[in-house]
Design a protein around this ligand. Structure first.
Ligand code: 5CA
Length: 439
């Protein structure tokens, strides 16, 4: 991609309405544009990053055997009346009527709809367990939307639902998701810690919020700092291995505000290991047994013909919120550095191009062609802006690697810079190998 052709409405000033760094950066670099309170358009760079996050989330769901489907954003009020949540959900739910005066709503979550799909298709215990998920827009008419896409009205969520025969099997599904979440956040360059949490309007008695530490987070957390050192890399998605991993996490105190108990915190955690801080909730998982299957009559036949209500859990990841959460954790000293896995480009090519300077342009274009030919997604700054403003701009765009065609480059070696690190002189082949290694 040529920078001169890229739709990149960069703002010179930090917008005054943006209070936290992710919101400021997303507006400044033209990743999003507010269309009305709490509702945003995703512009090309922001959209590309979100899609990469979505793909990583999808791959990790598929790895534990979850199957993707797609439910609509608009739902009928009837199933919500059946579950009893139509009235309970309150003003956060956006209610609408179609031309036949039928009550509809814009889905804030999908427990009812997935249960309805399941009950009309699955009749026998033999078809269990099932893990289904979709990645879809949600709408919640938040009382105080704030911090840009972090707490907004329309947001993009991965929500998964598990269906099992009994509590024991259901806990296995819960643990599988627990594992998939840790892997997902790790691939996104984040350390997200599962913290025991309240279940709120979703219900149930077992729940974890996955939290990344950030001063601007809305969740208050109390934890043992040793939980941050758990290394998940040697675990597999086999039940035994996941059980072991769960035990590791359960060893340490880690809870959100609502679950906090001063006495047990102080008893279980030495003073020097105590962390009391704030964090961003990037995912939330719930086990609620038959809370929805019972009122919605979602049961399966057992061997002797007896019917049993299925045991369910639900599992959310804030895909759009993650874009902001990654910025909050990676934007430091006015430099953004996207994890390579979600960066809008693999590398930036920055050349000092002046008017009528065909030589530099031709040299840069050759490098550009080489990278494209080798499947490296490069953005070439082909504008005539001066180098120092180019560098400032790229500090915000956060592409982790740069090739700089400046005075130090030779005929076949170029300045290769990690955005917050050192510069080396490398050949194009060496650059290609380096990028392929970390892909
Ligand atoms: N049905 C369950 C799990 S599928 C559920 O809806 N859980 S939730 O309410 O906790 O939402 C899941 C995730 O969506 C949260 O962890 C958070 O990352 C994201 N999220 C929730 N509300 C918002 C919002 N208003 N703006 C942006 N992201 C949000």
């Amino acid at each position: 991609m040529f920078l001169s052709k890229l739709f990149l409405p960069i703002l010179k000033e930090v917008p005054s309405e943006a209070k936290i760094k992710s919101h400021q950066l997303m507006l400044r670099t033209g990743m999003i544009k507010q269309s009305s309170t709490g509702i945003y358009s995703w512009l090309p760079i922001g959209f590309k990053i979100m899609k990469k996050i979505e793909q990583i989330v999808r791959e990790e769901q598929n790895k534990i055997g979850a199957q993707e489907l797609l439910m609509p954003t608009i739902q009928s009020a009837e199933i919500w009346k059946e579950s009893g949540r139509y009235d309970d959900y309150g003003e956060e739910m956006l209610r609408i009527k179609d031309r036949q005066n039928k009550e509809m709503l814009y889905g804030p979550t999908n427990e009812e709809l997935i249960t309805e799909i399941f009950r009309s298709s699955i009749k026998s215990y033999k078809s269990l367990p099932q893990l289904l998920y979709h990645i879809q827009w949600k709408f919640r008419d938040e009382l105080r939307p704030r911090f840009g896409i972090m707490r907004c009205k329309e947001f993009y969520m991965k929500d998964a639902y598990s269906f099992d025969l009994n509590d024991l099997e259901a806990k296995k599904s819960y643990n599988k998701m627990f594992f998939a979440y840790l892997k997902t956040f790790k691939r996104l360059g984040l350390t997200a810690i599962p913290m025991a949490a309240d279940t709120g309007p979703i219900g149930g008695d077992l729940s974890h919020e996955f939290i990344i530490l950030a001063d601007t987070g809305e969740s208050k957390i109390y934890s043992d700092k040793r939980i941050f050192d758990i290394d998940i890399s040697s675990y597999t998605n086999q039940d035994n291995s996941i059980n072991e991993l769960r035990k590791q996490y359960d060893n340490f105190y880690a809870v959100t505000d609502e679950k906090f108990n001063k006495e047990s915190f102080e008893k279980k955690v030495n003073k020097e290991n105590q962390i009391i801080t704030k964090g961003i909730e990037v995912g939330h998982i719930f086990y609620f047994g038959d809370k929805y299957s019972k009122p919605l009559k979602c049961s399966v036949d057992l061997q002797g013909g007896k019917k049993v209500d299925v045991k369910m859990g639900s599992y959310g990841i804030g895909v759009s919120r993650l874009v902001g959460a990654i910025i909050e954790s990676k934007f430091n000293n006015n430099i953004m550095k996207w994890p390579h896995s979600v960066s809008p480009f693999d590398i930036a090519l920055i050349a000092n191009i002046k008017k009528n300077d065909n030589q530099t342009y031709t040299k840069a274009k050759k490098i550009y062609d080489y990278l494209i030919k080798n499947n490296i997604d490069v953005v070439f700054d082909d504008t005539e802006e001066n180098l120092s403003s180019k560098f400032k701009k790229f500090d915000l765009l956060g592409i982790p690697f740069q090739i700089i065609l400046g005075s130090k480059s030779t005929e076949d070696k170029f300045e290769f810079k990690e955005i917050d690190g050192e510069t080396k002189l490398l050949s194009l082949e060496e650059i290609k190998n380096h990028l392929n290694k970390i892909k």
